[in-house]
Design a protein around this ligand. Structure first.
Ligand code: XIL
Length: 538
């Protein structure tokens, strides 16, 4: 099967580096660079020079590096980054002038008047040094000034100087380099939420007061287990409407280790989505990845058990996430003719009267569009029916008929819609339900959802058996990070992420084929779009 999706139109384009494609779209594609491998490793240097047209110093321009002692400046690392950029025709984003982290103790212990003077002097010296340097075009003037709830972060800056330090920092930066683009930068502001709305309001009010805020940076430290912020493009667009430039400044997409091909495919989708969101918003200047090789990434040190967040592996080999960034930037449409490999034979477990879990060996996809997931079918001669879809190599089927033999198989699908061959069949038989001839089933409907929560109503419980039942027990699993915030018409107990809902006093008796219902509400992390996917009923 051939299907259209985004890939470069010709082989020559396909082989081009990221920066060539980005430039053709009038965007930058950048990486944060560390000074030590930049001076010591040829492979690191070559990729940094070849693939990117923008760079950010991962640490070398922070206050603890540039002014470790009062008035004593050290630009060795910063200069190394800027010189490299000039040699390779790259632009540099200066990161970062005023931040609560990686700032020496001597700054933090100053009184208000001395602290304001130290801040203005620091900005004037650091920005001033590169004001006439062709490569250095923009600065993160302030970084991470908000708490996640949208309040101002109670950093030493805020505690000593009040909120006015922000406007003062921007004015000092403008004075030091009238041509530099001046940004405010933060994390967890990719989707529309309390924090990004606080950012929006601050930027709007600063600009109304004539404070020179030219640009907003969205860090983009994402994790596949928390879901993709699907309103990223909409959020970038609302900031653009304020008249500022927007940019993704620190993109990485981490995963729980160990890495596998399914996680890689999900990660690639996140990278592709971010690049596409920036391409779709004309005020978005580009995307900077926070490093490029998993050999040097802040993720394993910062988020225990997580890693593999970048677009090259530890041996400088390109990962599916590289291909995703590349193909999104390259943008032309063509075809991926190659289906994924056939999945392994599914094995069944946890078979009940109406549910069963299947697990199989994962497929791989080499056609360019990436593995997207699996379809699970019931073999019924010429009229096979699809029982479910999964993005991982496992699924729990629900709503099955009691005392029934099922023969099932799995097909993998890729991002272009190609389907693999059929796996070998797995056979299992559901158990008899209560009342001998059947059992209960439960089907949930998401009634409404919002950024960080959703309501499921009704969960319809049906007696599918041939005799009356006097009670029912529905179980379901909350996705990671989700918590139950309320329920009605059932008695609910929770163990880990497993929720057990038993009938209330008034709705336990169900004649054959009769139904009743209950409902519940869930809180989830901001931007996470998952909901509960299946139920068992006994
Ligand atoms: C991180 C660096 O990657 C690490 O090497 C360092 O130890 C700590 O800082 N937000 C930012 C970046 O703005 O400066 C941080 O960089 C990551 C989070």
């Amino acid at each position: 099967m051939l299907a259209a999706f985004l890939l470069p139109a010709t082989a020559a384009e396909a082989s081009g580096p990221l920066r060539t494609h980005a430039q053709a779209r009038s965007k930058f594609i950048g990486a944060a660079l560390a000074t030590s491998p930049l001076s010591n490793e040829t492979a690191y240097r070559n990729i940094a020079a070849t693939e990117f047209n923008q760079i950010t110093a991962e640490n070398a321009m922070k206050w603890d590096a540039t002014e470790p002692n009062p008035g004593q400046f050290n630009f060795s690392g910063a200069d190394a980054i800027v010189n490299f950029a000039n040699q390779n025709n790259q632009q540099v984003h200066g990161h970062t002038l005023v931040w609560h982290s990686q700032t020496p103790g001597w700054v933090q212990s100053l009184g208000a008047s001395a602290m304001r003077t130290a801040m203005q002097n620091h900005i004037s010296q650091v920005v001033g040094r590169y004001a006439s340097n062709a490569a250095v075009v923009s600065w993160d003037v302030v970084n991470e000034v908000f708490e996640d709830n949208g309040n101002m972060r109670t950093s030493f800056w805020y505690n000593t100087l009040g909120q006015s330090y922000i406007a003062d920092a921007f004015r000092a930066a403008r004075a030091a380099d009238p041509d530099a683009r001046l940004c405010i930068n933060d994390y967890n502001v990719e989707g529309i939420n309390a924090k990004s709305t606080a950012m929006y309001n601050l930027v709007s009010s600063l600009r109304q007061q004539g404070v020179p805020v030219d640009c907003v940076g969205f860090q983009g430290h994402l994790a596949i287990q928390f879901g993709f912020p699907n309103d990223l493009q909409q959020n970038l667009q609302r900031f653009a409407a304020l008249g500022v430039q927007v940019r993704i400044t620190e993109l990485d997409v981490r995963m729980q280790m160990p890495r596998d091909s399914t996680k890689d495919a999900t990660q690639a989708t996140y990278y592709r989505n971010v690049v596409n969101a920036c391409l779709a918003v004309s005020a978005c200047a580009g995307v900077t990845i926070w490093g490029f090789t998993d050999k040097y990434s802040w993720v394993p040190d910062t988020f225990p058990g997580q890693g593999a967040a970048l677009i090259y592996n530890e041996s400088y080999q390109q990962k599916p996430s590289y291909t995703a960034v590349h193909d999104a930037l390259a943008g032309g449409t063509t075809t991926d003719p190659t289906p994924p490999t056939t999945p392994g034979t599914p094995s069944s477990s946890n078979v009940t009267s109406n549910s069963a879990t299947l697990t199989w060996t994962a497929s791989t996809d080499s056609g360019g569009s990436g593995l997207a997931g699996y379809n699970v079918y019931r073999e019924q001669g010429t009229t096979d029916t699809q029982l479910g879809q999964s993005t991982t190599n496992s699924i729990t089927l629900t709503g099955l008929t009691p005392s029934t033999q099922y023969q099932v198989y799995v097909r993998a699908r890729d991002g272009a819609g190609n389907l693999s061959g059929n796996s070998a069949l797995a056979t299992f038989t559901t158990t008899a339900g209560p009342g001998g001839g059947g059992g209960c089933t439960a089907v949930g409907t998401v009634q409404t959802q919002w950024n960080n929560g959703y309501v499921v109503q009704p969960v319809t419980v049906t007696n599918g058996g041939t005799s009356a039942i006097t009670g029912w027990t529905v179980t379901f699993t909350l996705p990671a990070g989700h918590t139950l915030s309320g329920s009605w018409n059932a008695a609910v107990t929770i163990s880990g992420q497993t929720v057990t809902a038993r009938n209330a006093g008034h709705n336990g008796n169900l004649a054959p084929s009769a139904s009743t219902s209950f409902g519940y509400q869930v809180s989830r992390p901001n931007g996470n779009t998952q909901t509960v996917s299946g139920y068992t009923c006994a």
